[in-house]
Design a binder for this molecule. Structure first.
Ligand SMILES: NC(=O)C1=CN([C@@H]2O[C@H](COP(=O)(O)OP(=O)(O)OC[C@H]3O[C@@H](n4cnc5c(N)ncnc54)[C@H](OP(=O)(O)O)[C@@H]3O)[C@@H](O)[C@H]2O)[C@@H](O)CC1
Ligand SMILES: [K+]
Length: 459
């Protein structure tokens, strides 16, 4: 799991590191990693422009400039503010870098953005907007030191101009701006080399592809349809057949041992699409409810709650929760609008504070909450796991129904053993990875099939 830390946690870790290692120059370690990455991005002897700010982020960039100049690169240093990191600047100049007061005439192979790091306030000075224009015009790649200047490390918002990067080399732990959209889109590929800075475990993590492969439930020779997990699905309505069929598609392509369909979609319709589905109620390890109900229905929900097995609560079932105690290890799968209704706030408030919102909702309902969207957050009220990044192609009607089906299968297979926070993050991540492995416009059913193939290759 990737650790995500806020600025205060990084600063505390840095402080602890300096106490324990008074003789280690962390900035030199950071600079060495930046220089190594720059070296891998351009041809030998190429031209690098280092934009350096007044603080330690500037220091990292200037010491990297010094290393690159020693390696034979043509290095130019530009200082957008009239303050600088003095020791770093003299090292860069001594090593043969050239100080410039404008970059317009330069033929640059790489720009290193070492203007603001975790000490940055949102936004960049006006002359740096000129650098952003220069980069866009020349197509020169940008390597950001720690975070792209102009972003707020602790926020997913892009509230002011910034300098977007192609690659970001960050230190200690991933920052929130690097894992959640829209800020994430400004960071490019994010690398976290080890400079020895250890950040204690934080309450926010992100699943990576290795975690997904390691966690996915794989059958063995002792498995049968019951041990792999029986999922009950009570979704869909006379008006909304499709949602139930999409749930089934997600559940079956995620590897359900057995699915019982207990909703109002006619048997012929279900079986003509998915002939392995058993129609009617029976013993289940988990329930999936809510998708395509067409409106809240407390009675329908209560009936399934009474089985006391973990549940995936989707769509209109989320609007039917008032006064109900959900079974242990249940998972809600709202989008921002549904979460806003649950919390009785406006949608933009959820979008502004997704972490606070999923946590509040989880505490309010007493269940785990998976907030769907471009970045997917899962919380048990205390911890937050961010799902692996997906493909924008999957932002379409029906994806959420497929996801609910995937989560249902996982809850039936693993709900007795693993917490719903991990199960929700695993479901959202596998769907995302399936989308990335098969980019382009696909129907949600086709995407579910491609995901099944990916699972086979992954485990
Ligand atoms: N911690 C670690 O693990 C390690 C940390 N390391 C590095 O240190 C970096 C943090 O350094 P840092 O604390 O000196 O802050 P930094 O980002 O350089 O900026 C502060 C300066 O910028 C200015 N300023 C800010 N925003 C502005 C704006 N919008 N417009 C104009 N000015 C603005 C601000 O001005 P002031 O607030 O004083 O007015 C101040 O002068 C970190 O990101 C990493 O690269 C590595 O060396 C090793 C491992
Ligand atoms: K930077």
């Amino acid at each position: 799991m990737r650790q995500v830390a806020c600025v205060a946690q990084i600063r505390a870790a840095e402080e602890a590191f300096f106490q324990a290692n008074p003789d280690v120059d962390l900035m030199q370690r950071a600079a060495a990693q930046v220089a190594e990455m720059a070296d891998s991005m351009i041809v030998p002897g190429g031209t690098v422009l280092v934009a350096a700010g007044p603080g330690n982020n500037g220091g990292d960039g200037l010491y990297a400039a010094s290393r690159l100049a020693k390696l034979g690169f043509q290095v130019y240093v530009w200082l957008p503010l009239n303050k600088t990191h003095e020791a770093g600047l003299s090292a860069a100049l001594q090593a043969g870098s050239t100080l410039v007061d404008s970059f317009d005439e330069l033929d640059v192979d790489l720009v290193i953005d070492a203007v603001f790091g975790i000490g940055g306030r949102p936004g960049i000075p006006a002359n740096m907007v000129g650098l952003a224009d220069f980069v866009e015009y020349t197509g020169a790649p940008v390597l950001a030191v720690d975070i792209p200047s102009g972003l707020d490390a602790d926020s997913h918002r892009v509230s002011a101009p910034c300098l977007p990067a192609d690659v970001t080399v960050t230190f200690g732990a991933f920052k929130f701006c690097q894992v959640a959209y829209p800020a994430k889109a400004k960071c490019g590929e994010v690398r976290l080399p080890d400079i020895g800075l250890k950040v204690p475990e934080t309450a926010i993590g992100q699943l990576d592809e290795l975690d997904v492969g390691g966690l996915w439930p794989v059958p063995d020779h002792t498995s049968d349809k019951y041990s792999r997990g029986v999922l009950g699905i009570d979704t869909g309505s006379q008006k909304y057949f499709g949602a139930a069929l999409l749930n089934l598609s997600g559940a079956l392509h995620a590897g359900a041992g057995m699915v019982r369909y207990a909703g109002p979609v006619p048997k012929e319709t279900v079986v003509s699409k998915f002939s392995s589905v058993t129609i009617g109620v029976g013993k289940v390890k988990a329930w999936l409810v809510g998708s395509g109900w067409g409106g809240p229905d407390k009675q329908r929900l209560e009936k399934r709650v009474s089985d006391d097995v973990p549940m995936v609560i989707d769509a209109e079932a989320i609007d039917s929760l008032e006064g109900l105690k959900l079974p242990e290890n249940s998972l809600l799968t709202p989008h921002a609008g549904e979460l806003a209704r649950l919390l009785r706030v406006e949608r933009f408030e959820v979008e502004d504070d997704p972490i606070g919102s999923v946590k509040n909702a989880a505490n309010k309902v007493g269940a785990t909450v998976l907030l769907k969207g471009a970045t997917q957050f899962v919380s048990d009220g205390e911890n937050v796991i961010i799902a692996t990044e997906g493909s924008a192609w999957s932002a379409q009607a029906g994806s959420g129904d497929v996801l609910a089906g995937i989560c249902g299968t996982l809850l039936a297979a693993m709900g007795g053993e693993y917490p719903a926070i991990l199960i929700g993050a695993l479901g959202a991540s596998i769907q995302a990875m399936g989308g990335r492995a098969n980019p382009g416009p696909h129907t949600p059913e086709e995407a579910a099939k491609a995901m099944a193939e990916l699972i086979g290759r992954l485990v």
